[in-house]
Design a protein around this ligand. Structure first.
Ligand code: T1G
Length: 703
């Protein structure tokens, strides 16, 4: 037996242990080994029941994601046929699912007649997160076990559910008393099954999965949910598979599911989401930061600034049990900040997301102060004040006075150069950027900005603490705007210019939301505050002074005190939740275009797409070339998790690869010509893009 499987007999039981660390991903060799072991047990007259379990405590994380898009994915024995052969074994099979059973692993368990978990077991059909649907029986066997509606919800959410809920639903028959006892108690269960002459497979709990549902349930479900799916393919395929489960016999349903699965597996959306899966794993790898670098112990945190950003950051730490000192120079603002935090927690209690006891626990971890001296024993201090360089420099000088040696001094700046802040201090090695995204208690992304002097263990500590609070840390080199804000500038500049030339904010935003971006540029600027982005641009005015038209509409709106949602007017008009076009903005654009001699014309949606996206992509490639980002995939993660770029497009640089790098370059050169002086000013292809195209490369990497 190969070493992917541990096979042993215990009495009249065959114990088959999956052993392909770290997560028993069901690769082709492991599938073949499972079949060989199970059929060996089936053929052995001493064996009356079979137990499948994970050798290292974890059952399996499902199909091998690395095989998708390769021949190995459907190489014999493919997972669907592997599981059909297991269902044909005339002896009870018990799946003992320790820790985790996701995707194909849960399908493997559904192909067994009996299932057992342990208190820490989590199960789920997470394929939808990869732009896929269960392809090895999940959409057909799960509805027959728990009913169509519960199965549909589980498959569409892709969520992991705990053991108790899995038992309630009927997925688990039993839960062992502990993870350590799982295998023993699974053996006891199997022996019980033998003693009571249990069939290899019990009768289906839901032979008609949609028995309790109205005939048009799935059709109404599709109509109700389709708008929320935007252009995502996988949810639609899941519904088609569930329709098959409700209408067709199992065998035909399985064939239908496999056809739908192949469609999903071959889709660009799934390719993009698989890219994102591995990009998230890659983002944690930092050259030069190996296991020889010991992170500092960060058990006490301080946050400076109790505004929305600071409050959200403080909550992120309190949520995982880390005490936080929240400093706000101004007393009233401190009270408002703490009040805001309590309000947010109360809303979570109201929605059943936390208990009143948990609320109090978290509030007890937050300590408001007006005094820097109270930060003396903090291990990590995060400054989250407004984007004014002088204010930040003053704060860091104060911190240098009070903070203990070895304390990490982090700035939450989204746009300022942290090397400039560090340069004014005697301990620049302790300075790092931790750029959270608002609302920081919700947004997953943290740009970890390493300065020229940042010590390796400070970087390692920042990466570690970001993961500890459930964030996705992405490394960025120091520089104006790090990764995200730096790319946002040319993207937003182009959107502004298009409105000056004749488009409307709504037209530009609809092209971008048409691409499934969560939000268009102008809605985003109105939400974040036109005054906030004005401050950022103002600090960098010299770099854009040669272009009179540079974001001039925003400039004027700012001068008029129209900062967006918070003032009820910006690029749009806001009445309560209602947003509508503001024709005064169009009139302002016409006036400014006249003053700046910018010709106005009707603008096609394709031009809006190309000019905004190509400038975004071009800047991303440029900062990769400069080494600000370590990898193209890191840039994708920043835009997906920080700016609402759709994950099923894979992020702006993966999207560029799908469009074709030569097409992107060609588009940039086209507008360089077509837009005259303005084109010459801004449509300068990144040197790396030109090198990649010249080398015939289709992937974005540093060459
Ligand atoms: N295939 C291949 N490699 C995998 C893998 C998988 N399914 N899951 C994890 N890995 C690798 C991962 O890349 C990393 O590698 C290492 O394991 C540790 O993972 C037919 C179509 C299981 C919750 O969606 O959600 O079954 O970076 O760093 O934080 O219907 O990984 O060390 O080289 O993430 O503890 C469905 C995906 C597949 C589960 C563990 N399964 N995995 O999280 O560690 S589709 C999933 C996860 C399918 C069938 C279909 C998480 C995890 P490396 P990690 P972690």
């Amino acid at each position: 037996m190969c070493d992917l499987i541990h096979f042993r007999l215990e009495g009249s039981l065959a114990l088959i242990g999956l052993s392909r660390p770290p997560v028993n991903a069901l690769s082709q060799p492991l599938r073949a080994a499972i079949i060989e072991a199970c059929e060996r047990a089936a053929a052995d007259i001493r064996v009356q029941a079979i137990i499948l379990y994970g050798e290292h405590g974890l059952f399996s994380a499902g199909a091998d994601i690395g095989e998708f898009g390769t021949e190995a994915c459907f190489a014999e024995p493919d997972l669907p046929s592997t599981l059909v052969r297991l269902t044909e074994i005339p002896k009870p099979l018990v799946a003992a699912m320790g820790k985790l059973a996701l995707g194909g692993a849960l399908e493997l368990a559904l192909a067994c007649g009996y299932r057992m978990g342990e208190p820490g077991t989590r199960v789920g059909l997470s394929e939808i997160n990869l732009g896929l649907l269960p392809g090895a029986g999940g959409t057909q066997r799960l509805p027959r076990l728990i009913g169509a509606e519960s199965a549909l919800n589980l498959i569409l959410s892709g969520e992991q559910i705990d053991a108790e809920r899995a038992r309630m639903l009927g997925i688990l028959d039993r839960i062992a008393s502990s993870a350590e006892q799982l295998l023993d108690e699974a053996c006891a269960y199997a022996n019980e099954l033998i003693e009571c002459g249990a069939p290899a497979r019990p009768a289906e709990a839901w032979p008609k999965p949609a028995e309790d549902l109205p005939d048009d349930f799935l059709a109404r479900y599709r109509a109700e949910h389709e708008p929320r799916w935007k252009s995502r393919l996988a949810p639609r395929l899941v519904l088609s598979a569930l329709e098959a489960a409700c209408l067709l016999p199992l065998e035909e349903g399985l064939a239908r599911e496999l056809a739908l699965f192949k469609q999903a597996e071959a889709s660009r959306q799934s390719k993009a989401l698989r890219h994102v899966f591995f990009a998230e794993r890659e983002a944690g790898r930092v050259p030069g930061i190996g296991s020889d670098i010991t992170p500092r112990k960060l058990d006490k945190v301080a946050v400076i600034g109790a505004g929305p950003l600071g409050a959200g950051i403080a909550m992120s730490f309190a949520n995982v049990g880390i005490p936080v000192a929240l400093l706000e120079p101004e007393g009233g603002a401190l009270d408002r900040g703490l009040m805001q935090i309590r309000k947010l927690y109360q809303a979570s209690v109201k929605h059943g997301k936390m208990s009143a006891a948990q609320l109090q626990q978290r509030m007890d971890l937050l300590f408001g102060t007006l005094d820097y001296e109270d930060l003396a024993d903090a291990d990590l201090v995060i400054e989250a004040l407004c984007e004014k360089p002088d204010v930040k420099r003053q704060v860091f000088l104060s911190l240098e006075q009070v903070c203990k040696p070895g304390a990490i001094l982090a700035t939450g700046t989204s746009s300022l150069d942290i090397d400039a802040i560090a340069a004014s201090l005697g301990r620049p090695q302790d300075v790092i950027g931790l750029h959270f995204f608002s609302p920081a208690n919700v947004m997953r992304l943290v740009e970890v900005v390493r300065g020229k002097a940042t010590a390796p263990e400070v970087l390692a500590s920042a990466m570690q603490i970001a993961k500890r609070i459930g964030k996705l840390p992405v490394i960025s080199g120091a520089g104006q705007g790090a990764i995200g804000e730096r790319m946002l500038e040319p993207y937003a500049r182009e959107a502004h210019r298009l409105v000056l030339e004749g488009a409307t904010p709504a037209q530009v935003d609809s092209v971008l939301t048409g691409l499934d971006l969560n939000m268009g540029v102008f809605s985003m600027l109105d939400l974040a505050g036109i005054d906030v982005s004005f401050l950022t641009r103002d600090a960098n005015r010299a770099a854009t002074a040669h272009d009179q038209s540079y974001c001039c509409i925003a400039q004027e709106l700012c001068a008029l005190g129209r900062y967006g949602q918070k003032t009820g007017r910006g690029f749009y008009l806001y009445e309560g939740q209602n947003r509508q076009e503001d024709y005064e903005v169009t009139a302002l654009a016409e006036q400014l275009a006249g003053e700046l001699d910018v010709p106005r014309r009707a603008i096609e949606d394709l031009e809006i797409h190309d000019r905004c996206l190509f400038m975004l992509i071009n800047e991303g490639i440029q900062l990769l070339d400069e080494g600000i980002a370590l990898r193209a995939s890191d840039i994708d993660l920043v835009w997906i998790n920080g700016y609402g770029f759709p994950a099923h497009l894979g992020g702006p640089l993966h999207y560029a690869e799908q469009l074709g790098l030569d097409q992107v370059l060609c588009g940039i050169l086209h507008y360089r010509q077509a837009l005259g002086e303005y084109g010459q000013m801004w449509f300068r292809p990144a040197a790396l893009l030109e090198r990649l195209v010249a080398a015939g490369k289709t992937r974005i990497e540093r060459i």
